[in-house]
Design a protein around this ligand. Sequence first.
Ligand code: HEC
Ligand code: HEC
Length: 244
Amino acid sequence: MGHRAAGLAAWAASGVLAVALLLLLPVAGAWSADAERGKALFGHCKRCHQVGSGAAHRIGPHLNDVFGRTAGSFADFRYSDAMKDAGSGGLVWSEETLDAFLADPHTFVPHSRMSFDGMEGVEDRADLVAWLRGFSGDHSNPSPAEPTATPEEYGLDPQILAIEGDPEYGAYLAGECTTCHRTDGTDEGIPSITGWPLDDFVIALHAYKGGKRVHPVMQMVTGRLSDEEIAALAAHFYKADGDP
Ligand code: HEC
Ligand code: HEC
């Protein structure tokens, strides 16, 4: 890794990093040394995204074949209007667009509901994007990884997901949430939580509650909630969608 790192640093310094990456990326072999690093960096994404065989949509869409994908284009994933508009406007995922998006998601696609602040390191992004490329198109690998962010990984008892929430009780409990989260589906810096698939909502809240996902406010909020209350909130917010 030292060899390439030194090379990257030199390119970055000479200001032709983007060009260098374009020239280098097609030579997949040159990157394989850092796939492991990219894989580790995917740890920042996997609470929301899956990749590899059996990958499915979770909080975010799966990222198999993300290269060449028009942004916001899965019919069976509930994107923000912002992401769909970006796709209609011509945004297609590539090395460059992924790099720019991951550097600063909120600036690159304002009002996207991806709650991720960005990855600062140029090399980190390059390694991560190179690793993701292995799951796209010609480079696809039949079974490179297990699906990520499954309920099991969060140590979540499947019975918790089976609890049927009472949406009316959820509506009663939701007052505490809507002081921060907006109910019209928009994201004003705080992620939208309406219309989520029930499982994803429950997994997200239990991830905070169990400390698997770190955010002081949400950890405090969920620490007080029982399994039934979380199921009720999931049922309520699933229906409490912006569109009437
Ligand atoms: C907190 C959850 C979360 C995290 C963490 C997260 N994402 Fe996302 N991601 C989302 C959601 C939700 C969307 C859909 C955004 C929208 O519709 O506005 C998304 C969208 C995307 C898209 C667009 C896909 C498409 O089909 O257009 C890409 C690419 C992406 N994420 C990559 C990543 C990568 C790489 C990481 C890790 C560095 C990451 N995300 C971290 C939740 C997350
Ligand atoms: C004081 C403000 C505040 C309150 C109250 C609050 N939240 Fe949150 N919530 C946040 C913030 C900020 C985040 C983003 C945290 C992060 O990046 O992990 C968040 C994240 C979430 C997420 C994950 C969103 C995503 O895109 O991954 C869910 C689900 C959620 N909250 C549900 C709730 C529910 C249900 C309640 C009420 C029981 C609630 N929140 C109360 C501020 C709040």
